[in-house]
Design a binder for this molecule. Sequence first.
Ligand code: API
Length: 278
Amino acid sequence: MNFTKMHGLGNDFVLVCQVQAPSQTEMSTLARKMCDRHLGVGADGLVAVYPSASADVAMRIFNSDGTLAEQCGNAMRCVARYYYERISSEKTEFAIETKVGVQPVWIIEERGKVKQVRVDMGKPVLVPKQIPVLAAGELAVNKVIRANDKTFRFSAVSMGNPHAVIEVNEAEKFPVDVWGPLLESHEIFPQKANIEFVTYHSPQEVTMRVWERGVGQTMACGSGACATVVAGFLSGRCGRKVLVHLPGGDLMVEWDEQDQHVYMTGPAEFVFDGAWLS
Ligand SMILES: N[C@H](CCC[C@H](N)C(=O)O)C(=O)O
């Protein structure tokens, strides 16, 4: 089986192109095998790309632990570039069907080469029960969570997948590998959660590290960057258009006031093509 390795700011994926929607069981097993960084190709996730009845192309994202995720911003940009360069370059604006809906994407070229991809990540989900998070009130903003006798304040947002955004003093130095796994599986997150540790520098700039549900610490998280801006705006810590600094690079995120959609813009890179022999 042929595959293509791609990444979005170091959040890396194996893309497999299929003729129809994949079997979740098969893809879950394949994800664990192919994502293994010693016995497989090595990646944060496996992405199935296949024809769609409701959009130009469909994708499903499986974390490296085999779990199916609802949304993946960095993989969306990779699928968009893959579709544009390997399947059809007729349009620079098209749509990708994901588990949570049909999402428009825009290819941004400079001197005839794909430079960035813009993705409509949809409206954030803020109602605690729908995120889901066990929290009282209409919004899960500035809530308290305790782990190993340490208390954190967090805001929970879903971009289709659940996120908990935690403000810390120096995100660059925060021990993500210590607190990430404890918080990812905390009982107040019935479906677990992606955990973002953030430092807001100004209304237009934030630094973010992430412990991803079903993966671990990654170099970038697109949906997490979107959740970080939404949570920051709701808690008065940033504006609606924010440059998000991640270990793997920068994303521009905007929570549009008119349509309430979150737009994310960033790069997507091809790394290599391969043949899976296992
Ligand atoms: N681990 C995530 C899926 C990948 C999200 C991330 N890679 C992104 O770019 O949005 C989850 O289980 O919700």
